[in-house]
Design a protein around this ligand. Structure first.
Ligand SMILES: Nc1ncnc2c1ncn2[C@@H]1O[C@H](COP(=O)(O)OP(=O)(O)O)[C@@H](O)[C@H]1O
Ligand SMILES: [Mg+2]
Length: 314
């Protein structure tokens, strides 16, 4: 918003307060949204996005917004470009034109392919690695405890190091790490997998462990491409609950209509290269889209009638 100072100089009439408030409101609406009585921040937005592969346009002039905490379903037939859009948001692909803005410092969680983990890592180690260097901090804390019990001479320096590490560990949620990992293992039914070497797991099993790994990272924006593949009904139900409680924004691609209906509050429909936004869950989207298509068909029929009438009268 540019405030034009000239308008306030003596001799000029000040703009009505209502106009100023409108401008201010417009400015705020670009940064924050008031939803359910609280300020909501924009996490990601895309404008005028175009992407093509070998001259074939996949999508064009795509605009979207993802606000903090929103749960969005991305739907569209196979090959419509959903995964490509996810890859553009997570910067694995770049759009031919247009811009994608992500809130400064916000983490985007997306699993394009199964990452390579060190060969000695078990499934549990993979889950632990979601907490970054906290695992190392925990190990050092244990070592320091042992050293303090055996080496009384350098107690002062050991205590100092222990204190600062413990503060860091607490601040970053180190003491909740074990319980969060246990919750993930129970929910996604990873019990039989986590003690095995990750490399020895099947593709489907690795995908399941990686889903846990991404969820444990708690990114501000979670992009899930068919997350219910490889999950049985109990784990899908658990994931529904988890995502409903998830504080960050979630955009997901799924062919499971019931799953979408339970989680999403907004649907982005990618069709013939264009993105249309529907507010509501999946069932609302299906109903509204049917109505829209019917209206378009009726308008087309009316237009055809008019054309024929004009042709007859000529
Ligand atoms: N790296 C690529 N190179 C060439 N074509 C691609 C590439 N990635 C995707 N495509 C093509 O782009 C289209 C959209 O793919 P995709 O985004 O995977 O669709 P969706 O996820 O909606 O099924 C498909 O026709 C696919 O074959
Ligand atoms: Mg896809």
């Amino acid at each position: 918003m540019v405030v034009q100072l000239g308008r306030f100089l003596p001799g000029r009439t000040a703009p009505p307060l209502s106009r100023f408030l409108k401008q201010w409101d417009e400015f705020l609406s670009r940064c924050f949204f008031i939803e359910k009585g609280r300020f909501t921040m924009m996490i990601c937005s895309g404008s005028q996005l175009k992407k093509s592969f070998a001259g074939t346009v996949i999508f064009e002039d795509v605009q979207f917004e993802i606000k903090d905490g929103e749960k969005i379903g991305l739907v569209g037939r196979n090959g419509s470009g959903k995964t490509t859009l996810f890859k553009c948001i997570s910067k694995i692909e770049s759009p031919d034109s247009g811009t994608i803005a992500i809130k400064k410092g916000a983490k985007v969680g997306y699993l394009a392919q199964i990452p390579t983990f060190a060969s000695e890592m078990t499934g549990r180690n993979v889950l632990e690695s979601a907490f970054g260097h906290l695992v190392k901090v925990e190990k050092e804390l244990k070592q320091l405890e042992w050293q303090m019990a055996t080496n009384v001479d350098s107690m002062e320096s050991l205590l100092e190091r222990y204190g600062s590490l413990q503060e860091e560990f607490t601040r970053n949620g180190g003491y909740e790490m074990e319980s969060r990992i246990a919750r993930m293992i129970n929910g996604l039914e990873l019990g039989g997998l986590v003690e095995k070497p990750f490399q020895k797991l099947s593709g489907g099993e690795q995908t399941k462990v990686c889903l846990g790994y991404i969820l444990l990272q708690e990114p501000e924006l979670l992009l899930l491409d068919e997350p219910t593949n490889h999950l049985d009904i109990m784990a899908v139900e658990w994931l529904e609950g988890f995502l409903n409680e998830y504080p960050g924004a979630v955009m997901m691609i799924s062919h499971d209509r019931y799953f979408l209906d339970t989680v999403v509050k907004k649907v982005y429909d990618l069709e013939e290269g264009e993105l249309t936004i529907y507010h509501g869950n999946y069932s609302t989207f299906v109903k509204e889209k049917e109505e829209r298509l019917l209206q378009e068909f009726q308008a087309y029929q009316e237009q055809q009638k008019k054309i024929k009438k004009i042709e007859r009268s000529n």
